[in-house]
Design a protein around this ligand. Structure first.
Ligand SMILES: NC(=O)c1ccc[n+]([C@@H]2O[C@H](COP(=O)([O-])OP(=O)(O)OC[C@H]3O[C@@H](n4cnc5c(N)ncnc54)[C@H](O)[C@@H]3O)[C@@H](O)[C@H]2O)c1
Length: 351
């Protein structure tokens, strides 16, 4: 394991390792960039096959948080942590308290939240040892899914305006893949605004509920990629834009909440070549982290959601830059993010 020459190192500011023999905690905290403010990012618990695999995940994910926070307009940097271990068998109070002390040892340069394998309850245990936690009910913001869904709804509106020259989603058909926490709330926003819905899920109860509640048309999980619609909104899985789905995809817009929608960057380039407008995943799904950034004793949902709504303008800027430069939207988003967090860096070094 060679941190500085690691292929994903990318100028990380700090990488901290913890080996707590008493609790069995083996963890890594990676802080990519704090030019915009202290780092915020979730904690993943996963049975990594090697230390190197754990480090790779921490480095990639923390870099991603720098870009996400910059485009979400947050005064926060990018960080992420990983606990090496099986979330099904290795959780204990001692382990999470040790993780809390590890986070605390960084003095606020990194705040921790839940992610894959880590529940709100686990973060609450960590909070017994550190104040640098986010996303727990005590802090006011609560479940991030409704705000994520609201951000996706605003992002779809921006995409529809750009690609279809339509001022609203009324009369637009949206194919929603996944009717979980985000997908369900997204359907509500869209249906309330007059959109027609085509839906799928592997959970048939959720599908039946959507048909009843929103007058949605249901299709089988594999059929969603090829339906005739204006927008494909992936809200279930990653890597859904791939060689196979591109053979059947016919919507002019792809805009949904799933993380890592492009199986590979070349699939984003392919969407661009075909004139399919792609709303970069980490921009359109930032509503949850924006909402969390407002938490605290003075949490005000109206203010937080007004901030989430700005995803519309950020995406519009990305779409316009992409159209003007001929660069695919996912690359235009990265360039804009870099301007935002690197510009802060230049300003602070000149001061
Ligand atoms: N919850 C948030 O605030 C948030 C924030 C950012 C990104 N995301 C991403 O958005 C996506 C959805 O998140 P969520 O919190 O709603 O998750 P969730 O687990 O509540 O919902 C996912 C839904 O997808 C369905 N599903 C699984 N496999 C499927 C398949 N093959 N075809 C159709 N449906 C399938 C599940 O049955 C479930 O109903 C995830 O990729 C998540 O990483 C969520």
């Amino acid at each position: 394991m060679t941190p500085f020459s690691h292929p994903e190192f990318d100028g990380h500011e700090e990488i901290a390792f913890c080996n707590d023999t008493e609790s069995g905690l083996k963890a890594i905290i990676a802080i990519h960039n704090t030019n915009r403010g202290p780092a915020l990012g979730g904690c993943r618990m996963w049975p990594y096959e090697s230390d190197d695999e754990a480090l790779t995940d921490a480095l990639r994910l923390s870099r991603g948080m720098t870009y996400k926070s910059a485009l979400a307009g947050l005064d926060m940097g990018g960080g992420k942590s990983v606990i090496i271990g099986d979330a099904k068998t290795m959780k204990s109070e001692a382990l999470f308290r040790a993780m809390g002390r590890f986070v605390d040892s960084l003095g606020g340069r990194y705040s921790i939240a839940e992610d894959v394998g880590i529940s709100v309850a686990d973060v609450q245990t960590m909070a017994q040892e550190t104040e640098f936690v986010a996303g727990t009910p005590e802090r006011g913001a609560g479940d991030p899914s409704p705000s994520t869904a609201y951000g996706v709804y605003m992002g779809i509106r921006a995409a529809v305006a750009q690609r279809l020259n339509r001022a609203s989603v009324s009369g637009i058909t949206v194919a929603v893949q996944g009717l979980g926490s985000v997908g369900w709330n997204l359907c509500k926003y869209l249906a309330d605004d007059g959109a027609k819905l085509i839906v799928t899920d592997i959970d048939q109860v959720a599908v039946a509920r959507a048909v009843k509640s929103f007058g949605a048309v249901a299709v089988a999980p594999d059929a969603i990629y090829g339906v005739e619609a204006d927008v494909f909104a992936p809200c279930a899985l990653g890597a859904v834009i791939n060689d196979e789905t591109l053979k059947v995809l016919q919507t002019p817009i792809v805009a949904g909440s799933s993380n890592n929608q492009l199986a590979e960057p070349r699939h984003g380039t392919e969407l661009h070549k075909r004139g399919i407008l792609y709303a970069p995943d980490y921009v359109i799904n930032a509503g949850g982290v924006i909402n969390i950034s407002h938490e605290g004793p003075a949490y005000d949902q109206e203010r937080a959601f007004a901030h989430v709504a700005k995803i519309h303008d950020t995406l519009t800027e990305i779409f316009k830059r992409s159209a003007a430069s001929g660069v695919p939207t996912f690359q235009a988003a990265d360039r804009l993010a870099e301007e935002r967090f690197q510009r802060v860096s230049l300003a602070s070094s000149a001061a």
